[in-house]
Design a protein around this ligand. Structure first.
Ligand SMILES: [Zn+2]
Length: 148
């Protein structure tokens, strides 16, 4: 495994760590403001980040057992697709569905990710992207339950 890979992984974790801090910080602030603990919102977040960070471990182990750590790193790197959120105002909104809203989460983009599944050199990246879209879509379904 190359040093560049770990450099990229560190850069990625730094980037998402930053966004995650904003998201969770905002959630906590809202709870303080409402002075009632939003348990449902917290459950939604736990499911969402579980899908983003933990399920890919199993995808990597299942499909790329010999190089699972590298595969996991690449799967995590596909989360850079969330960079399109920077084009939106606000960058993060609690009850906004990403699918069909952001450029790289649009339906034509999702069709491209699915097509990429059929090309072996980019298959792992495509798996990461399709799983990312599925995760965001699950979040949209949960929003229908938890958001007004
Ligand atoms: Zn996303």
């Amino acid at each position: 495994m190359s040093g560049t890979f770990f450099y990229n992984l560190t850069a990625y974790l730094y980037f998402t760590g930053f966004l995650q801090t904003i998201k969770i910080g905002k959630l906590i602030l809202q709870q303080v403001k409402l002075s009632s603990f939003k348990r449902e919102a917290l459950i939604q977040q736990v499911i969402h980040y579980g899908c983003h960070f933990i399920i890919p471990v199993f995808i990597a182990l299942l499909l790329y057992r010999q190089h699972w750590l590298k595969a996991y790193g690449i799967l995590l790197l596909t989360m850079f697709v969330d960079i399109d959120h920077l084009l939106a105002t606000p960058v993060y909104a609690d009850c906004r569905c990403s699918i069909g809203f952001h450029l790289l989460h649009s339906y034509p983009a999702i069709v491209v990710y699915i097509v990429l599944l059929f090309f072996k050199p980019v298959r792992l990246v495509a798996i990461g992207l399709v799983w990312h879209m599925a995760t965001d879509y699950i979040d949209c379904l949960l929003q229908a339950v938890y958001c007004n």
